[in-house]
Ligand binder design. Sequence first.
Ligand SMILES: Cc1cc2nc3c(=O)[nH]c(=O)nc-3n(C[C@H](O)[C@H](O)[C@H](O)COP(=O)(O)O)c2cc1C
Length: 161
Amino acid sequence: MKMIDVIISRRNTKQFKPTPIPEEKLISWLDTASYAPNHRMNEPWELLIIGPDTRAKLKHKTDFGGAPIVLVILSKPAPTSFERDENVMAASCFAQNFLLAAHEEGIGGYWSSLGALPHNRDILGVPKNHDVIGVFGMGYPDEVPTARARTSIMSKITYLS
Ligand SMILES: Cc1cc2nc3c(=O)[nH]c(=O)nc-3n(C[C@H](O)[C@H](O)[C@H](O)COP(=O)(O)O)c2cc1C
């Protein structure tokens, strides 16, 4: 696929086949994602790969659509709110890279924000002051949602003199 097609065709996937994903594939997409932009090369992302006990405790409404892999992307804390925001930005770039790398190989991702809720942070053992970028179910899609139309980009652009 051309990069432009990878970007446009990625969808937040909510129903997965149980087909397992080889560990080395997962690691390769995460490794690719590490080439995300990040200020001062601080690489602020950290990962939690969720096992069955932790997954059950999260009580997600559809158990992440039956995804064979569930993982969490965290962003490291920083001494100032400015740098913390930068870390969240870089970790979000990492997340998008990860989703696109997986999607290119036919794997869908389910981005859920439930990990940021206080009781779920406790279940996940998220260290104090780390930000939760998201909890991601990953697997071969059983259903691929239709893309929802985007607002014309022209309405988002302001030209400055
Ligand atoms: C920060 C963030 C949090 C999100 N949290 C959720 C979520 O909790 N549940 C969910 O169904 N989708 C969540 N999504 C996915 C969006 O709903 C999805 O990207 C959006 O509907 C556009 O669909 P698309 O990704 O298929 O283009 C989240 C996306 C982002 C960027």
